[in-house]
Design a protein around this ligand. Structure first.
Ligand code: ATP
Ligand code: MG
Length: 255
């Protein structure tokens, strides 16, 4: 595919977002927002309520069309031209806050249904799985620490375990870029820390953009942090550097 980057950008990016603005009835939810994510990078996005974090994900996934700006995937795919289903097919996976696991199926069956190139529900339930597919599911179970819950009904999982299953289902579709909105919400402290460990493992194979309010979780991710405020990037850098940034302190304290 042809390279759509502006000529002066030489770096390879998994996600290249530049000068993106979105208005809702004249209110600028995103205001000249830029975000550049390298392949295999994990990036944490923080910012007060209403900063535009979820709207940013809506734009990347084709749910909301920006008024202006550029959104490229792997330097070559113009995501603005694609709808939600197509963006998912191209390799951008999104996890919403509310888990969408099927409670009346086992953990294994949920992962089977989610697999890339997977079969429909009836085929999945009536026919046995190829060894290769079965091995992939075991690998995913191991990654999301649910191997011992393989045949458990999803309904019986804790909130945190359901979130992990959902992440497992998401990676079963083999996305290159993962967008995850508030994964630690409602989790116990222990689940939160385990989730950070899981994400650090995922970042080796995928690019990850993680929105979260929980600062202990962000600290555990140990990655570059972008602070959004009023639809723009207010600060970017290590967690320590943004926490010591005077403008960031004012934005958080002024609320
Ligand atoms: N579809 C919409 N129509 C009108 N206004 C919207 C729409 N979606 C978002 N907004 C507004 O845009 C602003 C940014 O919202 P957004 O949900 O992106 O913030 P956020 O950073 O995700 O906040 P939170 O931390 O509370 O999840 C808010 O003022 C919100 O009310
Ligand atoms: Mg949000």
């Amino acid at each position: 595919m042809s390279d759509l980057r502006p000529k002066h950008i030489e770096q390879e990016y998994s996600l290249y977002m530049d000068g993106v603005s979105v208005s809702f009835d004249g209110f600028k939810a995103l205001n000249n927002l830029s975000l550049y994510i390298k392949p295999g990078e994990m990036r944490a996005i923080i910012g007060p309520n209403g900063a535009g974090k979820t709207t940013m994900m809506d734009v990347i996934t084709g749910k909301t069309k920006p008024d202006t700006g550029t959104v490229l995937f792997n330097n070559s795919v113009n995501l603005i031209e694609h709808d939600e289903a197509s963006v998912a097919n191209i390799g951008v996976g999104r996890k919403f806050q509310k888990p969408s696991v099927i409670e009346s199926l086992t953990v294994f069956e949920n992962l089977e249904l989610a697999q890339k190139g997977g079969r429909g529900i009836w085929q999945a339930l009536l026919h046995s799985l190829s060894n290769e597919r079965a091995a992939k599911i075991d690998e995913t179970l191991e990654l999301i620490a649910l191997s011992d819950k393989k045949y458990e009904m999803a309904a019986n999982l804790s909130h945190g375990q359901k979130q992990w299953l959902e992440i497992g289902m998401l990676i079963s579709q083999e996305p290159e870029l993962l967008l995850i909105d508030e994964p630690a919400a409602g989790m116990t402290d222990e689940e939160t820390m385990k989730t950070a460990e899981l994400f650090k493992k995922l970042a080796k194979k995928h690019s990850l953009v993680v929105v979260e309010h929980d600062m202990d979780f962000i600290a555990a991710l140990d990655c570059k942090v972008t602070v959004l405020h009023e639809g723009s990037v207010l600060a970017e850098g290590s967690l320590e550097s943004v926490q010591n940034n005077q403008e960031v302190i004012e934005v958080y304290l002024g609320r």
